[in-house]
Design a protein around this ligand. Structure first.
Ligand code: NAD
Ligand code: ZN
Length: 357
């Protein structure tokens, strides 16, 4: 299956399915006939598992590979700088391409390298995590600063995304859980029938069938693609993609990155935002049904009790989306109808106190 993403700056295909990687080399030869070489940026885990296979698939195309640490350790100034050094040493030029091979961390790093090396060279995404259905679409690429995550970046769209589900088979359950949170989010903000389908059909993330996985990822990508195509640079509706992220980011930061995964934190943030939605907007929704389904999938749905409510509030106020001092939440009027709303501190603190595990 191929999903077309159309943004004002670029139109590009997302090929999704088992074996789609086989089409990559002929696409490159056809679309970039004067290509000099491809710099593959990948992380240590993905390199061990699949780098040989990818290089073999690219056959006659000249490749150079740069392996970075896995996870957020990839998104540092140091690693970014080392990538550029390597690119210069390997004599990459404006006819070279950067290929991101890995999860969201590798995609964010490699996209930033591609977007800034010689003022931007073409970029291909080959995602290997569920989370990357989100991060590989939409063109936000960034590295972290010690004072803030994703603070140094650009908007830079890829030429194409090759999402081969065979690479996802080795994904640890915890990473599946993290990524699947964004699938659920996409359903909640845009598509009530998809949301209902999920509750009815997905009962475990451990034994997702290939059909289920490809359907969920394709729906998620279509929804994200529709939103970013209307708002490439995040001036309006793209902010709805932050459902669950106001509290989620605060939990991630307070717990320490890696302690709670991004998706696990976002799930807690979504449950919280949906409850506020019922209080403030009269959103009618079966909260218990969602919570018991999420628990069945292995998610926690309350804030870990060792986290301080006051510090979580402080973190939310520092969010780059907060307006002045008022914390902004994405809430739902109904499933598929998100709105932004500023919420008072007192209300947040009280609500959070009742939300500790
Ligand atoms: P990740 O790239 O760190 O991958 C998670 C872990 O899974 C890593 O240890 C990695 O080595 C391993 N892994 C990857 N593929 C594997 C495979 N096929 N088999 C076994 N192990 C594999 O992280 P992620 O969860 O994919 O993405 C998180 C990152 O994405 C964060 O840095 C976040 O900021 C970013 N993100 C960006 C956007 C965006 O719009 N740009 C959106 C959401 C998240
Ligand atoms: Zn997210």
């Amino acid at each position: 299956e191929t999903i077309l993403i159309q943004t004002p700056s670029k139109k590009y295909p997302v090929h999704i399915g088992s074996g789609v990687i086989e089409g990559l080399s002929s696409y490159l030869i056809k679309s970039f006939p004067s290509i000099t070489n491809v710099m593959i940026i990948t992380d240590e885990n993905v390199a061990d598992l699949y780098l040989n296979k990818l290089v073999n698939t690219l056959a006659t195309i000249d490749t150079v590979s740069y392996v970075v640490p896995s996870g957020e350790k990839a998104k540092t100034f140091d690693v970014y700088y080392q990538c550029l050094t390597f690119a210069l040493q390997q004599k990459l030029d404006r006819k070279s391409l950067v290929l991101a091979f890995g999860g969201g961390a590798v995609g964010d790093l490699a996209g930033f390298v591609a977007g800034t090396f010689m003022r931007g060279i073409p970029f291909i995404q080959v995602p290997t995590t569920i989370l990357a259905h989100d991060s590989a679409v939409g063109g936000k690429v960034a590295i972290n600063h010690p004072l803030g995550k994703n603070m140094i970046g650009v908007f830079y769209q890829p030429e194409a995304v090759y999402y081969d589900l065979n690479f996802l088979k080795s994904l640890p359950l915890r990473e599946k859980r993290s990524g699947f949170a964004e699938v659920i989010k996409h359903g909640l903000i845009q598509d009530v029938s998809f949301y209902e389908w999920l509750l009815e059909h997905i009962h475990s993330l451990d034994d997702l069938t290939e059909e289920q996985l490809s359907y969920c990822l394709a729906r998620g990508i279509t929804i994200k693609g529709a939103i970013v195509s209307q708002d490439e640079k995040e001036s309006g509706i793209r902010a709805f993609l932050n459902l669950g992220h106001t509290l989620g980011h605060a939990i991630e930061a307070e717990a320490g990155y890696g302690e709670i995964s991004h998706g696990e934190a976002v799930i807690i943030g979504m449950v919280f935002a949906l409850q506020i939605s019922s209080d403030k907007l009269g959103f009618t929704f079966n909260h218990e049904k969602l919570v018991s389904w999420l628990n069945q999938l292995g998610y926690d749905t309350e804030v870990p009790s060792h986290l301080s409510v006051e510090r979580l509030l402080e973190k939310m106020k520092q969010d780059k989306k907060s307006v002045g001092q008022t914390v902004q939440f994405v809430l739902l009027k109904e499933i598929g109808q998100p709105v932004m709303m500023g919420i008072d501190d007192d209300y947040i603190v009280n609500k959070l106190k009742g939300f500790l595990k």
